[in-house]
Design a protein around this ligand. Structure first.
Ligand code: ADP
Ligand code: TRP
Length: 323
């Protein structure tokens, strides 16, 4: 069977440099290697976000960011989850075969409720909706971060149980977990994460982004002091992502030798970071000025996704005896 890669992107806020290198860039590169299905998981966002305007804004923002960064709708199928509501029916079919114990063991549910998010049925059933997302498209591979590994295992368990109970229905997908993907540090040196408030956003206004770069936490060594560990500094790790290799090497040499200060390093970082996303920023502004076009991309994606979804859902309905 041909490879069909699928992943969902939760519209929970603005995207940052960690998301870009950890998730977006590999997903965009995968477009040239096989069939790709990418969707904005707005049904999932209902479990934790309760402001409709925020949801609409984040959903549109994600669409603009991904298209601006190189998601090519002529190569990939890109849609809004809720435009293919078949996924809700499949969630029910799968839910009736999902053991309570399986859901009770879900780390993400335990983590979210421990953080004070009020438990609701949707939050508890989240892994079943995710399984439906994946199984509805005969997906073969799901690239996800480590935190989603358990959800993938649950998806496989549910698919196998359905197939055993009602006969061969679903493709059992393989996870693709990039264990070794570098963890991009944030401005405080910890893992860059929306929930730590330490991000460098991929889009934004020049002054605000510069301020963020200038706020990167450094030690107290003076400009003159040699810094033999220069390459390990979070600011250097960030610079490495954006600067040409020869320029990066030359800056590392200067840091080691002494006479190159943290202000210089941050200025170089800002220059390259700003330049790196220039084209995407321009593309985003063009897209934002033509929202009808963006909507038509999502609608076209939804109709292509729906063609697959309705076939798979029919198969599932027939096999379990509701038609
Ligand atoms: P956040 O931690 O900001 O909430 P998510 O958990 O929503 O980010 O992650 C979305 C995607 O971005 C995942 O595939 C994840 O692996 C990737 N990602 C997030 N932060 C980083 C980071 N600091 N370094 C590398 N990849 C990251
Ligand atoms: N739960 C995923 C996350 O929080 C998003 C997601 C929803 C997803 N449905 C999916 C990822 C299906 C992969 C496949 O990041």
């Amino acid at each position: 069977m041909a490879t069909r890669t699928l992943t969902g992107i939760t519209p929970s806020g603005t995207l940052h440099v960690g998301n870009y290198f950890g998730a977006m860039r590999p997903a965009i590169a995968a477009q040239d290697l096989g069939e790709c299905y990418y969707f904005i998981a707005n049904y999932h966002s209902l479990t934790t976000v309760f402001d409709p305007e925020v949801r609409r804004r984040n959903t549109l923002g994600i669409a603009l960011d991904w298209l601006a960064c190189g998601l090519d709708p002529t190569k990939s199928v890109f849609w809004r989850q809720s435009d293919v509501p078949e996924v809700c029916e499949l969630t029910w079919l799968l839910g009736t075969l999902t053991p309570m114990g399986l859901l009770e063991r879900a780390h993400s549910y335990k983590d979210k409720t421990a953080k004070g998010i009020a438990p609701n049925f949707g939050l508890f059933a989240y892994p079943v909706l995710m399984a439906a997302d994946i199984l509805l498209y005969d997906t073969t591979v799901v690239p996800v971060g480590k935190d989603q590994k358990q959800h993938l295992e649950m998806t496989r368990d549910i698919a196998i149980k359905f197939n055993q109970t009602y006969g061969e229905t679903f493709v059992v997908p393989e996870p693709s977990i990039a264990e070794e993907v570098a963890i991009i540090p944030g401005v405080d040196g910890q893992k860059m994460s929306a929930s730590y408030g330490n991000t460098l956003p991929i889009m934004g206004e020049e002054k605000a982004l510069k301020k963020k770069v200038m706020s990167i936490v450094m030690d107290s060594r003076t400009r003159e002091e040699p810094k033999p560990d220069g390459e390990e500094l979070p600011a250097s790790q960030l610079l490495k992502l954006f600067a040409p290799a020869d320029e990066f090497a030359s800056i590392m040499d200067q840091l080691k030798a002494g006479g190159y200060g943290y202000g210089d390093l941050k200025k170089a970082l800002f220059t390259h970071y700003w330049e790196f996303f220039r084209e995407a920023r321009e593309k985003r502004a063009e897209l934002a000025a033509n929202l009808d076009h963006v909507e038509s991309i999502l609608q076209d994606g939804a109709s292509r996704a729906r063609a697959v979804a309705s076939e798979v859902l029919d198969r599932a309905r027939r096999n379990c005896g509701i038609v």
